[in-house]
Design a protein around this ligand. Sequence first.
Ligand code: DLL
Length: 434
Amino acid sequence: MILHTTQETLSRDELEELQLERLRHTVERCYATVDFYRNAMNELGFEPRHLKSLDDVRHLPFTKKEHLREGYPFGLFAVPSDQVARVHASSGTTGKPTVVGYTRQDIHTWAQVMARSLVAVGMRPGDRLHNAFGYGLFTGGLGFHYGAEELGVTVTPMSGGQTQKQIMLIQDLAASAVSCTPSYALNLAEEAERMGVDLRKLPLELGIFGAEPWTEAMRYELESRLGIEALDIYGLSEVIGPGVAAECVEGRNGLHVWEDHFLVECVDTDSGEPLPYGEEGEIVFTSLTKQAFPVIRYRTRDISRLDAAPCRCGRSHLRMQRVTGRSDDMLIIRGVNVFPSQVEAVLMQTENLSPFYQLEVSRQGNMDSLTVHVEGSPPLMAQGAETIEQVAAKVRKDIKDFIGISTTICIKPVGEVARSEGKAVRVVDHRATR
Ligand code: DLL
């Protein structure tokens, strides 16, 4: 069986030649058809003919979320409306969502990169996927659905919610893989335990998780509680949806970016200057084959690193390391930068805590304060206040030692931290509402 497509194993030279040809085409189309891109290029004195090599990408303007908002709803579309076969939208935390569009060809491209991602994480035709990503405006559900069908996988279009029913169907339909956010996977594990269903004894072998940051420690927690191998998949609606990059089961160390479709850069968050491989910065994508909604140098705000080292799977495409967090989720607590995932890593290494947590930020006077709400295991809660306080003191000390901030740790009984059905809300920031 062919395990990966020939585009995944092109030599660097072949790949870059293909990328340059596709980049030229994309830039020309954007210049010719989208006012925003033409104006932005004109402002920098850049014309499509100036694009001589891939390195010239750094002379192109960045596209930011606010530009997409200003263009709401169709301002950045590059095809007439009768060629748009579908739209999706990403939920903005405030105001209008961002609308993205696909031609029929784009939907085909998306299905292909998703099918490729599913192969990378270890799925094969004939497998059975229980897809618990939300169907609708969110790209998760339909992205996985089309990719699974493209590959020849049987898909259960479950969507989110109805957790008990999900457990029943995973069991009865003998799912071999489940896809959802890592936080919802935890929710599934907990519900199964409550229902007396041992997921580890079922045919379920693989979890494909993404759409939110998660840690290595969370991977091991999910693997042991569900009896699966848990792999990471990445994407964003502005670029296509899920399937921009995926981990491979052979390497389990970074996500291969499908570079024949998405040109990736890692830039300094403040200066926007490209960074060498290995350095942490903001990931930026330029779409190379999209028709309806091409993006040029889209600033994802996702923080990661690019890795050009060969992977044992044989794919030649660069890997991006697990996303640590979004630059806009980064909390600055009394001058120290903190990502929720750093707190997660400390919580997950502490015995007797359950992995459900939420961070609450508030301001007293001029001082920011961070309270970590986390659930204790039932045995811990049964031991009484003194023992609970000892665990809280240890977590407080570990966070101070590893991250450098003082926190208040609030250990609660099981069920008192909100459960997620999609992307978990990790931070409640009361400062933002002032
Ligand atoms: O979350 C697409 C997706 C669906 C990806 C299902 C993976 C699985 P958006 O709603 O537009 O699209 O949100 C995109 O989610 O910029 C990241 O901040 C975050 N994100 C996505 N995948 C990962 C991941 C979908 N594997 C935003 N690790 C992105 C960390 C992720 N963060």
